[in-house]
Ligand binder design. Sequence first.
Ligand SMILES: NC(=O)c1ccc[n+]([C@@H]2O[C@H](COP(=O)([O-])OP(=O)(O)OC[C@H]3O[C@@H](n4cnc5c(N)ncnc54)[C@H](OP(=O)(O)O)[C@@H]3O)[C@@H](O)[C@H]2O)c1
Length: 289
Amino acid sequence: MTPGFDVPFLLGMMRLSDSPALSDPRILADWIEARLDEGLVWFDHADTYGDRRCEMLFGEALALRPALKPRIRVVTKAGVVLRSRDSSRFGVKHYDTSPAYLGKAIDASLSRLGVERLDHFLVQRPDPLMDVNATAHALDAAIAAGKVGAVGVSNFLPEQWRRLQQAMANPLAVHQLELSLAHPDSLFSGLYDAVLSDGHQPMAWSSLGGGSVFEDVLGTAIERIAKELQISHAGLALAWLRRLPGQPIPVIGTLKESRIRELAREGRVDLDRPTWFALLEEARSQRVT
Ligand SMILES: NC(=O)c1ccc[n+]([C@@H]2O[C@H](COP(=O)([O-])OP(=O)(O)OC[C@H]3O[C@@H](n4cnc5c(N)ncnc54)[C@H](OP(=O)(O)O)[C@@H]3O)[C@@H](O)[C@H]2O)c1
């Protein structure tokens, strides 16, 4: 049984290998333990992050402190072959959702992280060459083998995930999509509604737009409104996201403890409709019609 997401956000690990402060496994183990003590138990990985290095660093820290393993919950993703990993004469970045590739990727993530199970495994990108029956069978088999708690998708369109779902025995559980004040498009294209209609738990990646919500016109508006509400800029940007129906779970990227604590404290602030729409207008640089 896969546990639920009783957390204010997932901790994104994409920037881990870029953090000199956390490059020592002992320091990283302390950092992970501190997050667990704060109740932040979900960590979001992908084999592409740092070209596998982020999962590897995380696994090294867990190996030093195995008592942390039963406390952590892991999401990871695969299906993207980086240019540097393509041994063909093209050296081309591409997608691979074949059973052989995904099977190996799941085993490799389990081994790098040093855990017995990936709580959620997501197909990272829709692959135009996907053989849905074969891929669906491989994903169901990973669940049956106990290697994966649940399967989900990331960056798929409704017809893409529905075709995969039709061939699967298990339900697709989560959908990770780009969603923030910097990228609100899925709220107007029908994509976000489709995620909710199909019963997927939405996860919003780059929930602060990779930091871009703090820039330009939007950044100025956030600064002004945050001051009025007496919360931080980042807390306001996260609260905007969490105001949506379906309780999207933000995936945040900072690894700085003070910023994580600030987001945990202030991201749950309730925004009223006028404030939510005022921020939307600034984000889209257009009046609500
Ligand atoms: N499924 C997918 O296709 C996909 C794609 C991309 C990302 N993701 C996931 O989403 C996660 C988050 O992505 P992201 O790193 O772009 O997330 P983000 O939370 O939108 O952006 C993090 C960036 O914002 C900066 N920032 C500036 N002021 C901040 C503040 N007050 N509080 C917090 N952050 C602040 C951070 O700087 P500092 O680091 O200096 O604090 C960092 O550079 C990734 O780690 C990954 O797990 C998934």
